[in-house]
Design a protein around this ligand. Structure first.
Ligand code: PEP
Length: 255
């Protein structure tokens, strides 16, 4: 069985003191026995990571954390970059790779996304690989082919053993930060196709193991319908993840 994952992409929000306050609120609100059925992750900016690690380790919190980016390189003269080794040392479980904001504002192409996926695996960090089409592609009905081609490119040279642990996030660009959420059926269409493609690229075992998330304007009011889809195993949440009350409700699938 795939354990649902809710991951909060804080983007470039919250300093380290605000990060501590938010994680404390989340940990307090999500600390009941039942809560083992969902994995809850936060993805803070790099500058918050050490503070989050200290809090999670010190209080043995059930929240896991990860980074929003990783260098394709393992170290050296790459000013401004942060390596997988550094993230692993900080206890990061996840790293987002291929987020549309990085593809768009930092010109990250499929080749670089693949290099970053491989860098994550070199350091035993689980990539949350983001794929998804923009509005013109959706309007032309090309969402499945587009998202599948991004998946293909990102998984080049990734072994079946590695692929089994990847998290894929289907994030239609037109739904990110716009308030315009995909319908549960839209999410299922592409998530189902991505799982089908994993079975073709690898095998049924890999396809059945991989968690596929939906991301794009997820809120407490729309999470339940999204989670009811058979190929959706959780959500990548942006804006709503920095509001403790709202994020807790999302982690409880809107209840
Ligand atoms: C995201 O940043 O991955 C995202 C899905 O953002 P939002 O929830 O704000 O649309």
């Amino acid at each position: 069985m795939r354990k649902p994952l809710i991951a909060g992409n804080w983007k470039m929000n919250l300093n380290h003191l605000e990060a501590i306050a938010l994680v404390q609120k989340l940990a307090f609100a999500l600390n009941d026995k039942d809560f083992d059925k969902v994995e809850v992750a936060v993805l803070p900016p790099f500058t918050d990571m050490r503070s989050v690690q200290t809090l999670v380790d010190g209080d043995k919190l059930r929240i896991v954390y990860g980074a929003q980016d990783i260098s394709q390189h393992d170290g050296g003269a790459y000013t401004g970059e942060v390596s997988g080794a550094m993230l692993a040392k900080l206890g990061c479980t996840f790293v987002t790779v291929g987020h549309s904001e990085r593809r768009e504002y930092h010109n990250e192409d499929d080749e670089l996304v693949n290099a970053k996926v491989r860098a994550a695996y070199r350091h035993s960090i689980t990539p949350i690989l983001c794929v998804g089409e923009g509005l013109p592609v959706r309007q032309a009905g090309g969402q499945v082919a587009y998202s599948v081609s991004q998946l293909d490119a990102a998984l080049r040279k990734i072994t079946p053993e590695q692929a089994k642990s990847i998290v894929v996030a289907y994030e239609p660009v037109w739904a990110i930060g716009t308030g315009e959420v995909a319908t549960p059926q839209d999410a299922q269409e592409v998530c189902g196709a991505l799982r089908g493609r994993l079975a073709e690229l690898y095998d049924a075992e890999v396809a059945a193991a991989v968690r596929i998330l939906y991301g794009g304007s997820v809120k407490s009011g729309n999470i339940a319908g999204i989670m009811a889809q058979p190929d959706v195993d959780g959500a990548l949440v942006g804006g709503a993840s920095i509001d403790a009350g709202e994020y807790v409700k999302i982690c409880r699938f809107g209840e």
